[in-house]
Design a protein around this ligand. Structure first.
Ligand SMILES: Cc1cc2nc3c(=O)[nH]c(=O)nc-3n(C[C@H](O)[C@H](O)[C@H](O)COP(=O)(O)OP(=O)(O)OC[C@H]3O[C@@H](n4cnc5c(N)ncnc54)[C@H](O)[C@@H]3O)c2cc1C
Length: 468
């Protein structure tokens, strides 16, 4: 490990990575009275996706997903509220309008996290790359999907397996003033947002416009995925394919068939073009990207096209003919461990009980999920140090189900898991409609928090260290 500060108490918990999971974990540990050495390699060592030196930087979308109570991601956030998650509190303080989603001003969000971390007398933020996981003392590894190669190699030694490499993609952002409102219009899908003002900007396609766009998109030049090819050649174990199903580059998704986008990210349902009074053939939504509201991201348009190609092809979208790009889409490495047999339900390494893995590195996907794993890991470190039984989010809760879905996956098809109702145990008396079933899942999950006073502590059980 490089540059360890000699003034750090030897009893301190080491947290590697001041991202979403690491920042949440550090705040939980410090609030419990533990000293924390939080290592962050930026800006000394950069990643392919982070742009600042701030903690908890949101690398792509500025949205934590739907906040509706009948959605899986809404339930996850409600559970984090019940656990009094510091980062969710900050997300709410940094919130900007986005219909039913919890979207934030990304700069304000990470500035607020930075302020809270730096104000806490028990947290020492150390700007250094950790190359090796320290032995013998409590450590939370929260280095994220872009963990530095040296750390990934050290982790691979501990897990006894090769890391899995996948690729993720970032969506482009355009300026508001460059959007042509002669064609684009403001509306939320079904106008489900409370204000009814329509937080999204919509670019409607006619059938002909859609078809020529798809043709250009599928024929456009892509950046070769060199590191993926290198990884394959080096014999690195990979899952089913190089892309996450939920984060497919738009041009790859478009290759699945001429209507793939019209039924996917460009679906027009719930939208009426005011120019025609009809539902468009297809429709791109743009979501506000900052507090000022002068930049918008192209929802679902993660891409690996070459920059000039992005400009050429995305300017074919009605309303974006003169779009100015604040940021182009990009693709990136994504690293995470195969958790089955490596971690227990406390996110603790089975063979090295002083080491806890949090965030995307553990195999959870999505901002709120990463915060949740940072939270659980930290609370279990506290209990590990004090010799108490670990917290054990029940399987009926979204957090408990996420942990089980990841740790319990013994197949070769390992993909990061996002909050979804499908990972929860079946309902006893499921209602007929999807909406009613969602309400049943939510009610059952939140009852577990009510029963445990939101502590999620096991009633009588002692710590289990067995793998699932
Ligand atoms: C390109 C990309 C786009 C994504 N887009 C989205 C999205 O739109 N929505 C969504 O919900 N999720 C998205 N994700 C997935 C995931 O939610 C985010 O990556 C999230 O930030 C992960 O949280 P984390 O705390 O695990 O890691 P991070 O937030 O990445 O934090 C890890 C931190 O560790 C630091 N670090 C790494 N190695 C070391 C080391 N050796 N020593 C010290 N510090 C180190 C890094 O600099 C970083 O600050 C995306 C992921 C990627 C890679």
């Amino acid at each position: 490990m490089k540059q360890i500060d000699p003034v750090i108490p030897s009893t301190a918990v080491t947290v590697i990575g001041a991202g979403l999971a690491g920042s949440e974990a550090s705040l939980i540990l410090a609030e419990a009275g533990l000293d924390v050495c939080l290592y962050e390699m930026r800006p000394l060592v950069r990643t392919e996706a982070h742009r600042t030196d701030r903690p908890a930087e949101l690398v792509c979308s500025n949205s934590f997903g739907s906040d509706l109570p009948d959605r899986a991601s809404g339930l996850l956030k409600e559970e984090l509220r019940r656990l009094n998650s510091p980062l969710i509190r900050i997300a709410e303080k940094s919130r900007i309008p986005a219909g039913a989603a919890l979207a934030v001003d990304r700069e304000r969000f990470s500035e607020n996290v930075a302020a809270l971390l730096s104000r806490h007398p028990r947290i020492k933020l150390i700007r250094a790359e950790v190359g090796e996981i320290p032995a013998g003392r409590p450590v939370i590894v929260a280095a994220g999907p872009l963990a530095s190669p040296a750390l990934a190699a050290s982790l691979a030694k501990l897990t006894g397996k090769d890391n899995l490499f996948f690729f993720d993609a970032i969506a482009p952002v355009v300026t508001l003033e460059s959007i042509d409102f002669g064609k684009a219009f403001r509306a939320s899908r079904y106008e489900r947002d409370e204000s009814g003002a329509g937080d999204y900007i919509n670019c409607p396609f006619s059938k002909a416009e859609y078809e020529s766009f798809i043709e250009a998109l599928t024929g456009a030049e892509r950046i070769p995925l060199k590191s993926f090819e290198e990884a394959i050649n080096a014999g690195v174990r990979v899952g089913r394919g190089p892309f996450f199903e939920g984060c497919l580059p738009i041009e790859i998704l478009a290759l699945r068939g001429p209507d793939a986008l019209a039924f996917g990210p460009l679906r027009p349902v719930g939208l009426t073009d005011p120019q025609t009074g009809k539902r468009p053939w297809a429709c791109l939504q743009l979501r506000r990207d900052n507090q000022l509201g002068d930049a918008y991201n192209l929802v679902g348009f993660q891409t690996n096209l070459k920059y000039p190609e992005q400009k050429r092809v995305f300017r074919m979208i009605p309303g974006l003919e003169n779009a100015e790009f604040v940021r182009y889409g990009e693709m990136h490495r994504n690293t995470f461990i195969a958790a089955h047999g490596t971690l227990n339900l406390q996110l603790q390494m089975i063979r090295y009980p002083n080491v806890f893995i949090a965030g995307q590195l553990a195999g959870v996907e999505g901002y709120a999920g990463n915060i949740a794993f940072g939270h659980v890991a930290a609370r279990n470190v506290i209990r590990y140090i004090s010799g108490q039984a670990p917290i054990d989010p029940p399987q009926e809760t979204m957090i408990g189900a996420l942990i089980r879905a990841i740790v319990g996956n013994d197949s070769d098809d390992i993909q990061p898991v996002k909050a979804n109702f499908g990972i929860l145990p079946p309902l006893e008396n499921p209602k007929r409609s999807k909406k009613e079933r969602a309400a049943q899942y939510v009610e059952r999950a939140l009852r577990r928090y009510d029963l445990s006073g939101s502590r999620l502590e096991p009633e009588s059980r002692q710590a289990e260290n067995d793998p699932v």
